[in-house]
Design a protein around this ligand. Structure first.
Ligand code: BG6
Length: 484
């Protein structure tokens, strides 16, 4: 199999916050890898812009160091990195003042796609957007890219949307949820809508329940300040898990086009019932011999922010009424493992009698690591002794099935940045989607506050608090083990 790389037209990309963590870890290495893949023309300008007083040579050094540290691959050795650095420029700008803006405009060219990446805190979005217009850097064809957190709640998300809308139209705004850029997340859509096999069964008549797990082993040290204001609900559920839920639950869009896809996702979010507080478990990791507790990683030693959430929710529409969705995510868990598990109902009648046993079909879509799909099917246990049933996996690991191509899969940022340049918004969140997601999450968080709820402690390296297991057991179900 040969991967096809379609080069994009030359472009000017300004990265505000160009010397920051996200730019160094993700954006610059992603651009470099696309450059190595031959997708970015040599005649491209990537301009870092930040408050730090630095010249182009200084920023080229920052870029080179970041690429070496965060994964530039072979290109770091064969001279491609030096070539790429010719695309890199820098301008010192003051987001809240006039300094640097005329000079920055001078670095941009007419007649090329211009994109502005706001790799800064949301409190600067308004200032940047306004200055891009006032100083004549942006026009009606320019694009702006913003990152999460997109608001802290519905009110702040609305305010951010309104601020951006004063200067840019919705089709110019690219809100990144990097989960949508993951290859396997897009594969969810390919599996659902590219196969005739699943769609007839993809509803409450055949699906008993769906589990979505995003488990991480990392703790929150190093980003305790941000995290303690967010917690797992705002950091992961409101965006990444919600997007996964949408892709699993949505109706087939008529076309794989931005608004067709986003309209369907929005309908799912709007069909979510409010969550009963008995159906949510919050947790916070405690300490053990090798791991410090959550509270030592944040400033407030009595913090009641959650580092784990498990919940049960219902999508109230004709397709899903009666099929619960169980979501869980947390830090410091036993493995890093993200997967979606679709558990089908029992066969309506067992012709083999009670001694044969029954097994359910289970479709597991593994997002990371070891991306792949497994379908468990029921067969006869081999050998004599009558008809006894067992379930076995029909396995497809992408690495095995696709060979070296599976390893060359671009990371989420590579795909998403190229989509910005191509002007394709399909994998970006629309303003109304973000607001609808907050409208669903806000009452949950507000309920915790009102009831003065304290998260349940859980052992680092475990699967989360006991109560999360009970959430399923009460319904006669159980979580799939968290396995790497
Ligand atoms: C980020 C969250 O959006 O996603 C982090 O802020 C989290 O807390 C990260 O660790 C997980 O992303 P990934 O790609 O490693 O699954």
């Amino acid at each position: 199999m040969v991967s096809r790389v379609i080069p994009v037209d030359r472009f000017d990309l300004v990265i505000f916050g160009g010397t920051g963590d996200l730019a160094r870890r993700k954006i610059l290495p992603a651009l470099f890898r696309r450059y190595c893949a031959g997708q970015i023309p040599q005649d491209t300008r990537i301009i870092g812009a930040a408050r730090s007083d630095m010249d182009c040579a200084g920023f080229r050094q920052v870029t080179a160091d970041a690429i070496r540290e965060f994964g530039g691959g072979r290109g770091c050795e064969d001279g491609t990195l030096e070539e790429f650095l010719d695309c890199i420029q820098y301008e010192t700008v003051d987001a809240k003042g006039d300094m640097g803006w005329d000079a920055l405009r001078g670095r941009l060219r007419d007649g090329v796609t211009k994109a502005f990446y706001f790799s800064v805190g949301p409190s600067l979005f308004g200032d940047l957007a306004q200055r891009l217009r006032d100083f004549g850097l942006a026009d009606d064809h320019s694009r702006v890219v913003v990152e999460k957190p997109f608001g802290h709640d519905l009110e702040t998300a609305r305010a951010l949307n309104a601020t951006l809308a004063q200067h840019f139209s919705e089709d110019q705004i690219y809100r990144i949820d990097h989960y949508l850029g993951k290859e396997t997340v897009q594969n969810l859509m390919a599996v659902r809508f590219g196969n005739v096999l699943f769609e007839p069964l993809w509803n409450a008549q055949y699906v008993d329940h769906i589990q979505i797990t995003v488990a991480e082993t990392v703790d929150v040290s190093g980003r305790g300040m941000y995290y303690d204001r967010s917690g797992a609900m705002r950091d992961m559920v409101q965006n990444h898990l919600m997007q996964l839920l949408c892709l699993i639950a949505m109706e087939p869009p008529a076309r794989f086009e931005p608004d067709a896809v986003r309209d369907e996702k929005l309908k799912v979010i709007r069909a979510l019932d409010p969550v009963d507080y008995h159906h949510i478990v919050r947790g916070q990791y405690s300490a053990n011999d090798t791991q410090a507790s959550y509270r030592t990683h944040v400033e407030d030693p009595r913090s009641t922010t959650e580092s784990f959430v498990a919940l049960k929710c219902n999508v109230s529409n004709w397709r899903w009424a009666g099929t619960p969705f169980y979501l869980r995510t947390g830090k410091c868990l036993k493995e890093r493992s993200s997967e979606i598990v679709v558990v089908f109902k029992d066969a309506p009648h067992s012709i083999f009698g009670p001694d044969a046993g029954t097994h359910r079909n289970v479709l597991t879509i593994r997002l990371q690591p070891n991306e792949g799909i497994t379908m468990r099917v029921t067969i006869k246990e081999p050998g004599p002794g009558g008809m006894r049933l067992v379930d076995v996996p029909l396995d497809m690991s992408f690495a095995e099935a696709l060979g070296p191509d599976a390893e060359d899969v671009p990371d989420a940022y590579e795909r998403l940045i190229m989509d910005v340049i191509r002007g394709n918004q399909t994998l970006f969140m629309r303003g109304d989607e973000v607001e609808a997601a907050w409208a669903w999450t806000d009452p949950i968080i507000e309920g915790w506050r009102r009831r003065g709820e304290v998260p349940k402690p859980y052992e680092p390296g475990s699967t989360g608090p006991e109560d999360a297991l009970m959430l399923m057991h009460r319904d006669g179900r159980k979580w799939r083990d968290i396995r790497a």
